[in-house]
Design a protein around this ligand. Sequence first.
Ligand code: DNO
Length: 356
Amino acid sequence: MKFTMRWFGPGFDPVTLDKIRQVPGIYGVITTLYGKQPGEEWKIEEIQELKEKVQEAGLVIAGIESVNIHDSIKTGGKDRDMYIENYIASLTALARSDIKLVCYNFMPVFDWTRTDLAKKLPDGSTTMSYDQKIIDNIDPEKMFELIDSKSDGFILPGWEPARMEKIKELFQMYQGIDEQKLFNNLVYFLNAIKPVCEQYEIKMAIHPDDPGWSVFGLPRIVTDKRKLLDIVNAVDSSFNGVTLCTGSLGSNPLNDIPDIIHGLKNKIHFAHVRNVKHNSPGNFEESAHLSREGSLDMYKIMKALYDIGFEGPIRPDHGRNIWGEVSVPGYGLYDRALGLCYLNGLLEAIEKRVLP
Ligand code: DNO
């Protein structure tokens, strides 16, 4: 497994590449061109520039998170083929820069959703949390204000102001789109990018919906084992895979993550490994990575990844904000570095068969 950390790019992420470079066991970063709007074409020069910055710091770009999908592709709009062409051009430019792992999501309107970005924990740290009761009582068009007011001035991935300005329009686009239609549009997209992905051996890794159930009545198609298998089986080719995000799938206590890992096997191209603590139905928070701090068994998760022979990029995911650090919520250096070391420690023990 190749240990990585997400990096939000120059001038935006207070966690610098130099700091990431000093995390023990680090291999590379997962990043993106943050200025890009969904649907916009990525140019090879822009990718090269980013790649050089990362290389100068002694790291590599292990994958892109994300090349975002335009809503017209998700909804099957009349201009989707144009946006798919742009997407193919971006994939080609990435592959020619030797970057061949792309994480993306197919969530309608909102990317991952939280109701608090800085819930105070008894130890004085803060973390992100979700409470379905708050979602049930808020006008979806007010969600951006809620998130924005709690994000310390940072722009969260998927919650860019330019996108949120069009929130009404976005909701309108999804009228009449049910799960089956959304799924068909995903399959249409996957079939369209298949030739370029196969030609360049690009790995596409769909990210699960977060939380793993419908929010604001919008359809969700990436929430559990059955749905993940439906996606990988619908376009049966090695490019078509999954980001195994334990926190997103783990938001639903019914999801058995080690079982999902065994079910997906070589369709896992990328892993986000973090813990989550279930407080009550529909209410969870993002705990520290250790098994004993949350509801997931991190040893079993790492063991399952080891057992299926997973060798791709893996990253610790959202951390708490600790030791007074101010960062993109969930993406501080300290708690993610602790998480990475813990996951690496579990892996060493598994490899040496110290643990049963
Ligand atoms: C949240 C992330 C997601 C993820 C996208 C992938 O922190 O895990 O925003 O990057 O859904 O497209």
